[in-house]
Design a protein around this ligand. Sequence first.
Ligand code: PMP
Length: 436
Amino acid sequence: KSLSFSLSLQAKMSKPVQARRLEGIDKNIWVEFVKLAVTYSKVNLGQGFPDFPAPAFLTEAFTRALAGGNHLLHQYTRAFGHPPLVKVLAQFFEKLLGRDLDPMTNVMVTVGAYQALFCCFQALVDEGDEVIIIEPFFDCYEPMVKMAGGTPVFVPLRPNPPKDGRLMSSADWQLDPTELASKFSERTKAIVLNSPNNPLGKVFSRGELGLIAELCVKHDVLCISDEVYEWQVYDGKQHIRIASLPGMWDRTVTVSSAGKTFSATGWKVGWVVGSDRLLQHLRTVHQNSVYHCATIAQEAMAQAFQRELMLYGKPESYFVQLPKELQQKRDWLVQSLDGVGMKPIVPEGTYFLVADISQFKSDVPDDPNSDEPYDYRFTKWMVKNKGLAAIPLSAFYSEAHKNNYTNFIRFCFAKEEATLKAASDILQKWKQEKTS
Ligand code: PMP
């Protein structure tokens, strides 16, 4: 009797299970490629995380927080950010933005930059709103806009190959000002800016940011500025914060993350800085979803920022040391890729590097029957057959534009020397096999 009862219950389950807002966003590049890397890779330059240790002052701060006898650090703290952390973040960003900040209303701590972005889109984007996204883009912007009911509008950075024979730089990828202006309309609610940009490593210049800012002011558009790579900038270039440009403070939410800042992506501590006018709505999303981030991690991060505040601009500062070390790694990978003919686009920032695979294509022939972009199949083949993991560039493009960018793959160079050397050995051997 009970069996027939449960069968009849099952038969009644005919309502759609999935919420409509999830339509078309179920696939995720990271889930797929992290699994491939775990299964096949000997050398993983795919997903963006350092394989070297986080700085000792950070891990020691965590140990102190854990074992230091303050048992309240194991309990809830303030929902919008542990007071010592929001206070030091406010002090730090006051310096960077050149304005007074209230730690309680101008800063909010989140579960990594991911949740910061999620709060931005949920709080600021409404049904029918358009959100401009600059391609190539960190992939989560598109599904997050859609989940909020918005419509993403894409505008590409266009490559201008250098004519003097030098290697291409991420600075050679630029917005067409007329094309950008044409994307702004009555319906535009926000633009997402990511400088330094993942995957290209482009660091937007003052002129480029000025153009974006002017359009935002003219059309009364908000700016969600993802600056998680703010400290990974090379060759003496300067990272400019769009929130510091005229007219932009009141309309910009700046997103960043300790994962990138302190080489500790697993901690998932992120934050937003912005005007209370905007952040009050992000707080509403945060308090009704996550409510609160791990207290111990926030306490340790507060101490790390205290240290950085004290050492600001000095050679011992982690924010001075990290880019120096990463620049060497970048130069090393640039040289080794150039040496085998996998032409690198030299990044001005981030710890990613995009390289041209054209000269290696003969090993992975095209399949006209496959609807998978060529670079996806190339990277899958490479990890399975050569043990080297990377990410296809077209993963950072919208569906409509993916097929224009299938000749490139992205490497992460925040890796130990031995890891980079192992990657280079794989490529050299591959190159020799091709020519012999
Ligand atoms: N924005 C960009 C541009 C990123 O590259 C990443 C991480 N890869 C994030 C946001 C997410 O950062 P977090 O790990 O702090 O959530």
